[in-house]
Design a protein around this ligand. Structure first.
Ligand code: ASP
Length: 349
């Protein structure tokens, strides 16, 4: 095995605004390659680290991200796992929270940092936020405790000045540098003059356990957002989609939904067929509590599972991940009720 006394980081460049340049003719942002990115970031050479890179060819806008590319990221990380202290993934901001959530489930027993970052302005622009995001992410990916273990052995998003747990994070701003938020879990670190780690909030890992990479996904899932006036025939058509296996139901407030018999019957019929329905709230902050109001109780009776305070990104990727492994609906329901990578908190009763 290659041993180095320098901290070592593998930089994986998938694409996104951070590595884009303005097309002089159309004005549209287009991806450029990693060499051009490095030319715009001479600061990378000032690190006393061994920094290697892997680039997606061609780089992609993250709107084109999909499970096959998550599998490619997992493959790159697992092949290089023993040779680097940490991993930084440069990624478009639009679907970064989905990728971070998916990777948190795919990298079982992870004991090294995997930090996703990007920027709102391309790295070649004078006011870019990309340089600071990238430099701090590299530092976090290499950070070690006195005993040699990683300070942040989990999949995170670093943006602006916050390190957030990846599967708790959502993109909330298309304009500001402060583009991500973790509403229901505190930040893991804040970068100011120093990087201040919140040690008690960071997941504990056991480096003796071998990394188990997972690659399988089943995308027969849908997110259904309720709204006053939603029509029976629309919902019926969705639930009768022949290959449908799971639905993320975005309900109101603390997990409430209409009490109309046709609605509850459709849900009951679907769960009886083995379709898994997970209830998450349209509110960003707080948790689903189906026993709180009568409107929520009906959902419990219909066999709906609580997503507690999960993000939609984490629930949909976890469902695709579990379905991809061919588990029975019973096992998936059980696994959805237990956090596997710190993705939700079960409230104390
Ligand atoms: N459309 C870009 C992407 O997600 C936006 C960004 O990188 O901020 O790839």
């Amino acid at each position: 095995m290659f041993m180095s006394t320098y901290p070592s980081v593998l930089l994986i460049y998938t694409g996104g605004t951070i590595g884009m340049i303005e097309n002089p003719e159309t004005g549209a942002l287009e991806a450029f390659n990693f060499d051009q990115l490095q030319e715009n970031m001479p600061e990378l050479k000032r690190f006393n680290y061994r920094i290697s890179s892997y680039q997606f060819t061609p780089p992609i806008d993250s709107s084109d991200m999909e499970p096959a590319l998550w599998a490619k990221l997992v493959k790159i990380i697992s092949y290089n796992y023993d040779y680097f202290d940490g991993f930084v993934i440069l990624h478009g901001t639009d679907t970064m929270a989905y990728t971070a959530s998916a990777l948190s489930f795919m990298l079982e027993n992870l004991s090294k940092p995997v930090i996703l970052t990007g920027s709102q302005l391309p790295i070649g622009m004078l006011r870019t936020d990309g340089k600071e995001n990238l430099i701090t992410s590299i530092e976090i990916a290499a950070a070690k405790n006195n005993d040699g273990t990683a300070v942040v052995p989990e999949v995170c998003i670093f943006f602006e000045n916050l390190l957030l747990r990846g599967n708790r994070t959502t993109k909330i701003n298309a304009e500001n540098f402060n583009a991500f938020r973790s509403y229901n879990y505190p930040s893991l670190a804040t970068a100011g003059i120093h990087i201040k780690y919140e040690y008690d909030k960071i997941r504990k890992a056991d480096p003796k356990q071998k990394l188990i990479p997972h690659y399988l996904f089943d995308t027969n899932v849908i997110v259904l957002t309720l709204f006053p006036g939603i029509q029976e025939n629309m919902i019926r058509n969705i639930f009768h989609t022949p290959s449908l296996k799971a639905v993320v139901l975005k309900t109101y407030g603390s997990g409430n939904a209409p009490q109309k018999p046709w609605f509850i019957n459709l849900l009951k019929e679907a769960t009886a067929k083995g379709i898994i329905i997970v209830n998450i709230s349209q509110c960003s902050t707080g948790s689903v509590e189906m026993g709180r109001y009568e409107t929520g109780m009906h959902l419990l009776d219909a066999g709906i599972i609580s997503g507690y305070d999960s993000t939609v990104e984490s629930v949909i990727t976890k469902l695709m991940f579990l379905l991809g492994h061919g588990y029975t609906p019973h096992k998936i329901r059980r696994m959805m009720n237990n956090p596997v990578a710190g993705e939700f908190t079960i409230p104390e009763m």
